[in-house]
Design a protein around this ligand. Sequence first.
Ligand code: PEP
Ligand code: MN
Length: 303
Amino acid sequence: MYLVTSAKESLNESFKKKFKDVTSLIDTKTEYQLSSRKFKKRKTQIFLNKEIVFGKNKTVMMAGPCAIESESQVMKTASFLSERMGVKVFRAGAFKPRTSFYTFQGLGVKGLKLLEKVRNEFGMKIITEVKDTTHLDVVAEVADIVQIGTKSMYNFSLLERCGKINKPVLLKRGFMATVKEFLQAADFIIANGNPQVILCERGIRSFEPSTRFTLDLGCAALIQGISHLPVVIDPSHAVGVASLVGKAAQASAGLGVDGLLVEVHPNPVNSKSDKDQALTFQQFEQLYSSVKRISKAVDRVLI
Ligand code: PEP
Ligand code: MN
């Protein structure tokens, strides 16, 4: 457990007695500390297994549909990604934080069961979103990486609870959040005991409505330098248009990011959420081969 204090206070005997279970004291010198390179110089590496590692010259491809819709949709996508493309991490949401009440909200626990099926049948690792603290335990049981969505970056109870699980957490940058606020959110997870945090840039809201959000590549590059945490990019939500996702993914890979999160659907026009940005299998194949070449050019291996 970490406790934030000043060095002076921690020398006090009554303080030491009161907090005998505290193993680390942090003398806060910066506004975000635990996620900062000033606090930890060496890049954090997060292992899903020996091969799938974030923070170690690899571009980890995480792909799949926005939402789990049905068994056939999930299995078709997983079979294509795993058997044809060799993708090792499957993404899909069971608990969807939709802006409109009138749209598909996800299959919930039924959807998690289908993710288990993907793991058992294809041996893929699973990343899926947790919407609030009420279902964190069931999500964490199935997920190899727990995803915190852009709208939840300021859900402090959720950040704290995710600090108490023993699973990597992919934290998306709030679409209205500054870099400082993003890293401060990461600190809530780390301070509560979980150092396995992956930062994800997924676009911010700007004055420009032509793309869904504005992919902030400059700040993604900045974060790679000022934080020791692995940095990944989600080009799908950033641009929101399938025809631009490949280009955004290429640019992201060119930064030498630790991974990409990409939405793919067997039949995008029938997708129950985020259909405009969902790639067809063919579009995904094109993205994959170009990203592979770019990753190599920046001394990374696409896995
Ligand atoms: C998602 O990954 O499907 C998602 C909801 O992403 P975001 O939180 O970035 O909108
Ligand atoms: Mn989505």
